[in-house]
Write a protein that binds this ligand. Sequence first.
Ligand code: ARG
Length: 456
Amino acid sequence: MWGGRFDEAPDAVMRAINASLPFDKVMWRQDIAASRAHAEMLAAQGIVSAVDVAAIDAGLAQLAEEFERDGPPDGDDEDIHMAVEARLTALIGPAAGRLHTARSRNDQVATDFRLWVRDAIDRASAAIGAMRAALLDRAEQHADAVMPGFTHLQSAQPVTLGHHLMAWLEMLVRDASRFTDARARANQSPLGSAALAGTGFPVDRHATAQALGFDGPTANSLDSVSDRDFAIEFLTAATQCALHLSRMAEEIVIWASQPFGFVDLPDRWSTGSSIMPQKRNPDAAELVRGHSGRIMGCLTALMVTMKGLPLAYSKDMQDDKEPVFEAAGMLQVSLAAMTGMVRELTFRTDRMRTLAESGFATATDLADWLVREADVPFREAHHIVGRAVKLAEERGCGLPELPLADLQSIDARIDDRVFDVLTIDASVASRTSHGGTAPVRVREAIAAARAALESS
Ligand code: ARG
C-alpha cells in the first residue's frame, strides 16, 4: 500500500507484530458497511464518478456475500481494511483505488470499531433483557417462599426467595441502563475525519453518519481518531454487569453446596467428577465468577493502553480490540449461562423454610413488638430479646417455642400476642415498607419491573 516510499519489504517479525487481521477480521461486516456508505457519499458529492462508485459498490456487495459464505478473509494483509481493499482491487481493478479518497484507516478503524461496539451493546442489552424476564418468572413463582436472609452470611432476618431474586434483577436493570447510556455516547460517526486533520474534499459527514445509523458526526477530527471512550465505556458497563453476575453465581455455588442445599442444579447445568461418583459441580456458575475477573482485566488493559497516548492515532491503539472482543464474548456466554440456570434451577423451598426457622431469625420482630406494643425503647428491647435468645439457646428451641412464662420471666410486659409476630411468615408479611420483602410489595415490584422491561 505504501510501496512508493520503501525499498525493502518488512521483516517477518515486523509483519507479525504489526498484523491485526487475525483478530480484526471479525469487523468485516462493519468495514464493508462503512466503505459502502463512504463510496455512496463520494459519488453524491461528485468526488468520485458514479461509474466508479457503482463498480466499488457492486464489488463490496460481492465481497460481503463471499465472506458470509466462506468466512472472513485471512492471509498476509495487515488488517481487515487492507484485506477488504486488496480483495476489492482483485475483483474490480483500479477503480478500487478510488475508495480511499478523503479517508484514512484512522477514521476507518474508529468507525468500524464503533459500529462493532454498538452491535455488542445491543447483544448485551438483549441478553440482559432475557435474564430479567427469567428472573421475573422465577420471582413470581416464589413470591411467598420464605428463606433466610443473611448479613455476614449469618442468618439475619427471613426474606422471600422472590425478594432475593428481585434484588438480582435490580442489578441488571442498572446494567441495562449503563449499556443504554454508553450506546448514546458511542453513536457518533468519526468517518470523514480522515487521518487526523479532516479533509479538503467536500465530504458530507452527516450523510455517512446517517447511512450508518449514527446520530450524527463527531465534532473534532483529532478527537475522532484518538477517542476510544466508547470502547472503555462498553467495558465499564460489561465489567459492572460481570461483577453482578459473579455475585449471583457465587450465591448459586453456596446455595448448591450440601450444607445449604437451597438449590438442586439440573444435569444440564452441572458437571460430574472423574473420581468422585457422587459429585455434581456448579462449574457454569464458577466460570461466570471466573470470567468476571478476566472481563475486569480487559477494562484495565484498555485503560492502561490509552492512558499515556498523545493525540492523535498511535499504533498502540490497535491493541484496543482484543480486550473488547474477548470481554464481549465472555459477557455474552456468562449472561446466557446465568439465564439458563435461573430458568432451570430447582429451588428447595422446604429446605429454605426449615433454615429460615432456625437461627432466631425473628429476634428483631420480638424487639419491634416490645417497641410497638409495650412502648419499650428499642435499645432496651434489643437487650431483652438478647436474653430471650440466650434462654432459647439453652433450652435448645427456637423463639416461637419458648413458653410464655419464660418470656415473662425476662420481661413481664410480654404477653401471648407476641407469638403472632414470631413466625417467619408473619415476619416477612410485616415488612411492608417500600422495597421491603412482604409478598404484597414483592408482587408490586414484579409487576412494575415487568412493565419496565416491556417498555424498554
Ligand atoms: N489496524 C489498525 C488498527 O487497528 C488500523 C489503523 C492503522 N492506521 C495507521 N495509521 N497505521 O488500529
